[in-house]
Design a protein around this ligand. Structure first.
Ligand SMILES: *[C@@H]1O[C@H](CO)[C@@H](O)[C@H](O)[C@H]1NC(C)=O
Ligand SMILES: *[C@@H]1O[C@H](CO)[C@@H](O)[C@H](O)[C@H]1NC(C)=O
Ligand SMILES: *[C@@H]1O[C@H](CO)[C@@H](O)[C@H](O)[C@H]1NC(C)=O
Length: 809
């Protein structure tokens, strides 16, 4: 009786107020829809913990399609469709048999739908885990909110390789922010920043789970798991788990809700909230990554944890951003955004109004620094010297002093942080308060005939209202400054630059410095034909990790020749080459310092267990071709690599191919254009003319590239050990030619559907490869032509047999 009464009460209290579209068992039938109004009832999970529907946003009449915790006061949102904006009142969402979820505006136009759904949807289900599942007639799931997460992960949710979370713009703005959590194919879970406008590469990685093992892929991670018990872990292929959640005191999932969110400030936090609220309900952050976001972000691109010109200070794991004195927020409502300088640098003004000392002062801000943004380094410069250098340089906005060295920095300043653990002092250039602002008399491209006064008002008002326009003006002023500088060139103080060999930007290191940087040459990265490479750490502008190559047999005896070659290498600048940062030339010690590439070599990428996908492979091949074309034809003096092979091509953080070891052949050989006694190059990649007494030309690299290209296409080594392989097709080049001749290109990329679906490009790439490995070097294309053929700009003709003289049939 009591139970019947209870049921009745339940009915009265819970079911009656709910509309017809709402289900109490979590299922949602095809054809059911919801409207974006306060009165429509969301689709609830059986326990009522989670709801799916429209949540009204504060401040305006906008609604967000989302999933939220329905029983707690905060109604915390755990999912929303990425890249859709809030919708206006009267919009609808419907489950439809063809498309799954469909979101429409009040006029009925489609705004969003669940992707990759083809027909036969049987309905939806709001699970008590917080997962909304769309299933098929055979009751298998075809779409899950868990597999298409926004910024939050919930217990029982898994993120697979290539899965990601994206932060939102701010607490209240659900647009895409700058921060990403990515499960990378190399097995690492990383946090990184990406410019909103530039969706391509990462700007900077600021957390890494260290769960990649390229040498033994079975030790690499492949899933991020939020366990049912509330612990976040990276699961390795061998079944082991690396727990990210370390705290033992995480409360139980039976009494607490748990979630992990990549917050708008870039910190990935694990939170809990009591299910029954007594006392002080609210989310508590149990753990967060990274430990200190202010110092973890320090990339070449992007503004850092805060906006440009801002300073980041960590408080309980949360970055607090503030503008330095003399700067103010670009958007007063966005505390984590950019800061604009209140005055514009006005080059040349000194001449009209007195010295720089009359106009500017330098404010000491200790413990604060901007590790990037350098444009000049001065050694043997005292604190006073450092202040004066910046004061008298119209480009300089801040100078940083440490250990008798001074770094001058330019706007916009990035990665600003307060870091008391580093003993640095910075000096901020400020305009003296009693000096009136005067703007340079520049023609304005926007309003050429407006009187000057109007334009000034426009700039001043604009600096509050229209950030981007000010920024453009700012850039123009900067450009004009440069003109002034050229004119007033002779009045500029002479800097003591740390310049060396032929005035290049290469740094010259002492052996001791490099021994220190590599911790006594401790960590070996690899051994090449030229010597051993060690990993090291040294702050050089934005780069902190370096690769130091100890050359073991340098042919040149005199210092001058060594330096000449180093200079040739130092003058190369191409995105597909590893950049040389400096060198050491001290008696018997000859070392080269390169930027460190954190994704290993193409060899380990290509021949590891995790086969890279076709698209990545074609990009890598293109990159190598472009890098070689640059070495052969575009740099000041031609560089023939002589040892192109997958071990010599490195991958940077964006998986761009970067050629290493170029320019070294010349250091080791007497004369490239003469006969060689010592055969260089590596078995399997060496052009046939190496064995004849002919002149060595750039075509040797074309040959090696051809072999490498075939390896990239097939993910197979050019020479397979006979005992190891099937013994059937030991020579890659011969096998590719056979397949090509028989019209069986599919044999080259078995099981690689992506490549098989890209027949045209596959054929083009194979034909270019065959052209490149022609025994007759005059038949091989130049690298420039090879690039154009790979890109499809130049037609590829049917190639002849690559080795007509040695062919057995
Ligand atoms: C809800 O989620 C749980 C845990 O993942 C799962 O076992 C269950 O099958 C799901 N229910 C439905 C109806 O999909
Ligand atoms: C959210 O941010 C985006 C990108 O900055 C902006 O275009 C949009 O207007 C913002 N929306 C709201 C509601 O402030
Ligand atoms: C890879 O590591 C596992 C242990 O995690 C080990 O058992 C296995 O032998 C290793 N494989 C290779 C090829 O080293």
């Amino acid at each position: 009786m009591a139970s019947a009464l209870f049921n009745f009460m339940f009915f009265i209290i819970f079911l009656l107020p709910l509309g017809t579209s709402s289900q109490n068992d979590g299922t949602v039938n095809v054809g059911t829809s919801l409207a974006a109004t306060e009165r429509s009832n969301p689709w609830l999970s059986p326990s009522g913990d989670f709801a799916f529907g429209f949540q009204k946003l504060q401040d305006n009449d906008q609604f967000l399609l989302s999933i939220w915790y329905n029983k707690i006061r905060a109604k915390t949102i755990v999912w929303y469709p990425k890249d859709t904006s809030p919708v206006s009142r009267g919009s609808t969402v419907e489950i439809d048999a063809q498309n799954g979820l469909v979101l429409r505006d009040p006029q009925g136009s489609r705004l969003w739908r669940t992707e990759n759904i083809v027909d036969s949807v049987s309905g939806g289900f709001m699970n008590d885990t917080g997962n909304f599942v769309i299933s098929r007639r055979d009751s298998s799931g075809i779409w899950e909110s868990f597999k298409n997460p926004s910024n939050t992960m919930l217990p029982t949710q898994i993120i697979e390789i290539n899965g990601k979370l994206v932060s939102r713009k701010s607490e209240t703005n659900f647009s895409r922010g700058r921060f990403y959590l990515d499960m990378l194919s190399n097995g690492n879970l990383v946090l990184n920043t990406r410019s909103v406008s530039r969706n391509l590469g990462f700007d900077d990685e600021y957390y890494n789970s260290q769960t990649s093992d390229l040498a033994n892929v079975s030790n690499s991670g492949y899933q991020v798991i939020f366990s049912e018990r509330g612990s976040i872990q990276v699961l390795r292929r061998n079944g082991e788990r690396k727990a990210l959640t370390t705290e033992r005191s995480i409360p139980t999932t039976s009494d607490y809700y748990h979630r992990a969110t990549l917050d708008f400030d870039g910190v990935f936090r694990q939170y809990y909230h009591p299910k029954s609220f007594s006392g002080n309900p609210g989310w508590t952050a149990a753990e967060y990554w990274p430990e200190n976001i202010c110092v973890s972000i320090a990339g070449n691109y992007g503004s850092g944890a805060c906006g440009y010109n801002s300073i980041c200070r960590l408080q309980n794991g949360t970055p607090i951003c503030r503008c330095p004195q003399g700067y103010s927020l670009a958007d007063p409502n966005d505390a984590n955004g950019h800061c604009y300088p209140k005055f514009m640098p006005n080059c040349g003004e000194e001449d009209q109004k007195g010295s720089a000392e009359d106009l500017y002062e330098m404010l000491e801000v200790s413990g604060t620094h901007w590790p990037t943004s350098d444009f000049e380094q001065i050694s043997a410069c005292s604190e006073d010297c450092c202040k004066n250098e910046c004061l008298n340089d119209c480009f300089c906005a801040v100078s940083t002093y440490k250990d008798d060295k001074c770094w001058k920095k330019k706007l916009p300043l990035s990665n600003g942080r307060l870091d008391t653990s580093v003993d640095v002092n910075s000096f901020l250039k400020l305009r003296k308060v009693d000096v009136p602002l005067q703007r340079p008399n520049l023609p304005s491209p926007e309003s050429p005939d407006k009187p000057k006064k109007d334009r000034e008002t426009l700039i001043l008002v604009g600096s509050v209202l229209l950030g981007s326009s000010v920024f453009i003006n700012f850039m123009l002023v900067g450009a004009a400054c440069f003109g002034f500088i050229l004119i007033y060139n002779n009045k500029i103080t002479n800097f003591r630059r740390v310049h060396n060999a032929a005035g290049l930007n290469l740094q010259c290191f002492t052996y001791k410095e490099l021994a220190q940087a590599t911790n006594g040459f401790k960590e070996e990265l690899g051994r090449g034909s030229f010597g051993i490479v060690y990993k090291g750490a040294m702050p050089m502008g934005s780069i902190t990790t370096i690769a130091v190559k100890k050359l073991d047999r340098v042919a040149q005896d005199t210092e001058k020749e060594f330096r000449t070659e180093v200079n040739v290498i130092g003058q190369t600048h191409h995105k597909n080459l590893v950049r040389l940062l400096g060198f050491c030339d001290e008696g018997p010690h000859r070392l080269l310092v390169y930027e460190y590439m954190n994704n290993g070599t193409v060899a380990s990428f290509l021949f590891g267990d995790l086969k890279p996908n076709w698209n990545q492979r074609t990009q890598i091949a293109m990159g190598i071709a472009k890098g070689l074309a640059y070495l052969h034809e575009e740099c000041s003096s031609q560089i023939i690599h002589c040892d192109i092979k997958p071990q010599n091509i490195l991958l940077d953080e964006y998986y761009n191919a970067r050629i290493s070891d170029f320019g070294l052949a010349k250091l080791l050989m007497v004369n490239q254009s003469r006969t060689l006694t010592n055969i260089r190059g590596t078995k399997g990649y060496v052009a046939p003319e190496w064995f004849r007494n002919t002149k060595v030309t750039a075509k040797v690299d074309v040959y090696s590239f051809g072999i490498l290209l075939l390896e990239i296409i097939t993910c197979r080594r050019s020479v397979v050990d006979l005992e190891f392989g099937e013994g059937e097709n030991p020579i890659l080049a011969d096998w590719v030619w056979d397949c090509f001749q028989e019209g069986r290109l599919d044999n080259l990329v078995v099981d690689d559907t992506e490549a098989l679906n890209d027949k045209k490009r596959l054929e083009r790439f194979v034909m270019v490869g065959i052209w490149c490995i022609q025994e007759d070097s005059s038949l091989r294309p130049t690298m420039r032509k090879a690039c154009q053929m790979l890109e499809g700009i130049l037609e590829v003709k049917f190639p002849p047999c690559p080795s007509p003289f040695t062919s057995t049939d």
